[in-house]
Design a protein around this ligand. Structure first.
Ligand code: HEC
Length: 90
C-alpha cells in the first residue's frame, strides 16, 4: 500500500518535470549567466544572426555546461532569447 503511494508520487513528479514546456527564462537564468551576462546577446558585434545559429549556439553552450536539458528545454530557451533579445525572423 505504502509502495503504491510512492510510485504514484514519483509518477506525478516526473509528469510535472517533463510534461509541460519548461520556462525558458527561468532555466536560462539558472544555468546560463555564469560565464556571460545577457549583454553577450545584445552587443553590437554579436555572433548569432539566424534562428538556426541561435539554436546551435544554445545547444553548444548547453552541452559544454552539461545542463541535462531536453530538446524541448533548449527550444524554450531559444524562444526566450529570440523573443527578448534577438528578434530574428528566420
Ligand atoms: C562555460 C561558459 C559558458 C556558459 C556557462 C554559457 N556560455 Fe554561452 N557563450 C560562452 C562563450 C565563450 C561565448 C562566445 C562569446 C564570444 O564569442 O565572445 C558564448 C556565446 C553565447 C551566445 C552567442 C552570443 C552572440 O554573440 O550572439 C549565446 C546565444 C549563448 N552563449 C547562449 C548560452 C546559453 C543559452 C547558455 C546556458 C545553457 C550559455 N550560453 C552558457 C560561454 C558560455
Amino acid at each position: 500500500m505504502l509502495k503504491t503511494y510512492f510510485v504514484f508520487i514519483f509518477f506525478i513528479s516526473s509528469l510535472s518535470n517533463h510534461a509541460f514546456a519548461a520556462d525558458g527564462k527561468a532555466i536560462h537564468d539558472e544555468k546560463c549567466l555564469s560565464c556571460h551576462q545577457t549583454e553577450v546577446y545584445t552587443r553590437t558585434d554579436h555572433k548569432v544572426t539566424s534562428l538556426y545559429g541561435l539554436g546551435r549556439q544554445v545547444s553548444m553552450c548547453s552541452q559544454n555546461l552539461n545542463t541535462g536539458w531536453f530538446p524541448e528545454d533548449e527550444k524554450s530557451v531559444v524562444k526566450y532569447l529570440n523573443d527578448t533579445f534577438y528578434h530574428l525572423k528566420k
